[in-house]
Write a protein that binds this ligand. Structure first.
Ligand SMILES: *Cc1c(COP(=O)(O)O)cnc(C)c1O
Length: 386
């Protein structure tokens, strides 16, 4: 079955007991046992619930993996993976990982002796670090946030295999509709299902998918031992949202690419980035590794802080909000929002200047979105009257 069909049918069979086409929400903390220690497959919701099983089956199928464990958030999934390591273990990470991933490495697991080394994995000379360090895990993210850097997952996984280092890819920005890390050689694919997977900005969730049974055992253990489980209702919402993943992703991609093309080259716009714009430094790799560029567009205004703030505040369809991947468009001003806690010098080193903005382009009519951007350009004094 093709992706679109699996998204609607795998794990989503009608309820066996009642025939309900939409399976119920199993809002229960515990399950009656048929005898002491004998269960019908579930005992306590921290270690399993039919809604988790159903969503896990759908997500494993879409990522091209055998096993999936669902968690209460993307960060709970990150916690599950990191909880498997011991003091002194080394993680070799891409330097532009998601900010909260960086923070949990430094401020939580660092206290327990986990060591993290950062490299620029878009530079093939850095692959040498894999053989030198032989890390306990290689942590990748592609595309990255907010610069949309693309990493060559297949090439990195090949080097990692030589030294038997597992590779994890944070696949949140691409979604499995556009990129499937396990098929490219990664050991684990992690997503915040809060974003594109659910797509409706109404709950949080996370998942780790793998073909490796021992990693799956570790994820199931972490779910119950650390208490990282999601709620039955939230998994039911993601199960509902994911049915439309394919149609949503196609529209996110088309809208984002059109907006990126229309912004590129405009006066007062220094540069525009989207993985499927030919000007993207890794355009060829993006096309090889992904079947679409997703819905995020990052660009830098040639404008001071005040004009940038006026621009983002005057949009009416793009809500000024953190997060991404919902059907509705959002705008983020990293310097004052998502990346505000990073000192200016550090953030400017990775290109996050005051004029940088990140769009999560939704699936509204693209003409309406463009008109909204145009009026905000005008109000911020960023268009000379023509
Ligand atoms: C949002 C996000 C996370 C964390 O997910 P939550 O569901 O917010 O905990 C991890 N990685 C990336 C790339 C994200 O965008």
């Amino acid at each position: 079955m093709k992706f679109e069909t699996r998204a609607i049918h795998v794990g989503q069979e009608p309820d066996a007991e009642t025939g309900a086409v939409i399976p119920p929400i199993f809002a229960t903390s515990t399950f009656a046992q048929t005898g002491p220690g004998e269960t019908l497959g579930y005992d306590y919701t921290r270690s399993g619930n039919p809604n988790f099983t159903r969503l896990g089956r759908t997500l494993a199928s879409l990522e091209g993996g055998s096993f999936a464990t669902v968690f209460g958030s993307g960060m709970a999934a990150v916690t599950a993976v990191l909880s498997t390591f011991s003091s002194g273990d080394v993680v070799l990470a891409e330097e532009n990982v998601y900010g909260c991933t960086f923070r949990i490495f430094a401020q939580v697991f660092g206290k327990f002796g986990l060591k993290v080394r950062y490299v620029d994995f878009s530079d093939i000379d850095c692959y040498r670090a894999i053989e030198d360090i032989r890390p306990a895990l290689i942590w990748l993210e592609s595309p990255t946030n907010p610069m949309l850097k693309i990493l060559d997952i297949a090439a990195i996984s090949e080097v990692a295999q030589k030294v038997s280092s597992p590779v994890i890819v944070d696949n949140t920005f691409a979604s499995p509709f556009f990129q499937r890390p396990l098929e490219l050689g990664a050991t684990l694919s992690l997503s915040s299902t809060t974003k594109y997977m659910n797509g409706h900005s109404d709950c949080l969730g996370g998942v780790v998918v793998t073909n490796d049974e021992s990693w799956n055992d570790k994820m199931i253990f972490a779910q119950k031992a650390v208490g990282l489980n999601p709620s039955p209702f939230d998994t039911w919402l993601v199960t509902r949202g994911i049915k439309t993943l394919a149609v949503r992703m196609r529209q996110h991609h088309a809208n984002a690419l059109e907006i990126a093309e229309r912004l590129e080259g405009r006066e007062r716009v220094k540069w525009v980035r989207h993985p499927f714009l030919p000007s993207h430094p890794q355009f060829e790799l993006a096309k090889r590794q992904m079947s679409g560029g997703s819905g995020i567009v990052t660009f830098e205004l040639d404008a001071p802080l005040e004009a940038t703030k006026t621009f983002v505040s005057n949009l009416t369809l793009f809500a000024l909000a953190e997060s991404l991947g919902g059907v509705e468009s959002l705008i983020d001003h990293p310097a004052s929002m998502t990346h505000a806690s990073i000192p200016r010098a550090e953030r400017e080193k990775v290109g996050i200047f005051d004029g940088l903005v990140r769009l999560s382009v939704g699936i509204e009519d693209v003409g309406d979105l463009m008109a909204d951007l145009d009026q905000a350009f005008s109000r911020a004094g960023l268009i000379s009257s023509t």
